[in-house]
Design a protein around this ligand. Sequence first.
Ligand code: FES
Ligand code: FES
Length: 158
Amino acid sequence: MPQHSFRLNGKPVTVDCPGDVRLLWVLRDLLGVTGPKYGCGLDVCKACTCHINGKAFNPCSVQVSDIKDTDEITTIEGLPATVGKDLHPMQEAWLDYDVAQCGYCQPGQIMAAVAKVRQARAEGHEIGDADLDEIRNICRCGTYHRIREAIVSAAKNM
Ligand code: FES
Ligand code: FES
């Protein structure tokens, strides 16, 4: 079986599997990293959102053979370490605003939120309504209002 190597939450990992296995199943089933959730498997619901080299992406739609050994994949499990704390400011805001209901979509929401704040900064502005409107993560519990408030609050501490 071919081997595939990449960096996951700051550490090198290698898996043995066919190259067309999509990364979400590699993370969850082969590496036991279950923060990224399976919702649709079609790059639609965004429940699986993680970061690749700091940018949001959806591992349900990427084959493991498309990941380079220098690519850094960050899941919700590795997010706090990116700021050297027990919780990332986005996670702190999530608690302050009591965002979660069932929780299923929430790891993906937080990862999408962090990436969107970074993207806005890279474009030279702070996150605003237009940026928030671009986040397409689905929450069937309808926590969208609290998500938006938490993101704006967290951005001040990032
Ligand atoms: S499971 Fe990845 S976008 Fe839905
Ligand atoms: S909190 Fe239940 S799906 Fe979002």
